[in-house]
Design a protein around this ligand. Sequence first.
Ligand code: DGL
Length: 279
Amino acid sequence: MGQTATALLEGREALAGLDRPILVFDSGIGGLTVLREARVLMPDRRFVYIADDAGFPYGVWDEEALTRRIVTLFGGFLARHDPEIAVIACNTASTLVLDDLRRAYPATPFVGTVPAIKPAAERTRSRLVSVLATPGTVKRAYTRDLIQSFATQCHVRLVGSENLARLAEAHIRGDEVDDEAVAKEIAPCFIETKEGRTDIVVLACTHYPFMANVFRRLAPWPVDWLDPAEAIARRARSLLSSSGAQPEHGDDIAIFTSGQPDFSTRRLMQGFGLAQGAV
Ligand code: DGL
């Protein structure tokens, strides 16, 4: 092949690379807390947001069945969207299937979202840290390993809430959420001993940062609510090999595995500048 043809081909490949989106995945609309940060750090990229709302909530799934479901779903997602990287914006999924996804799809770099136990252990003064997550995330071996590796000097309380992801979904959509119901879910995070009291609560479910203001208002005392979204976005940016192609307004899309997001969810997506994509 002549030099001009090779250069032309390389140019085309580079252009194709520019247009490869970043895929952001969650069980519902919680991953938008990560997408929000990712867009700030990577304004020149195109995003495909995928919510497996047909499987929501992930927190209560059996581990094997959930692993099978997510690995199978990704076969279709990757074939259809050919993302440059995939961000699993869900602690409940990441703490379970990251390794399986990487094994099944080695050509795609995966960025996970796992409980921010290490930064919490570095920052706490009282050494009383709580991890607010789904029931799935708190029972994962991955989460226990994080505590063993980075927080043995702390008392880490794991709080697996059955209801908070649903309450957060309702809150994000603009529905009225009962303060008492939320207060009940966050109450176990707050421990007081003779030596001190909880000073950091890790938001280990991507749905929860949307409720941080409500948590702050209802908390029995002020704590640092640790949201890892920005760190995840930074990690994602560090893995990109090309620069972006300046997406036009409306280029980013949201896909719901149910194929039928309700009216308030569709409005929310519009507010985020996400057009509805086909499943
Ligand atoms: N957003 C998900 C997470 O970060 C969980 C919500 C669910 O239970 O599906 O863990």
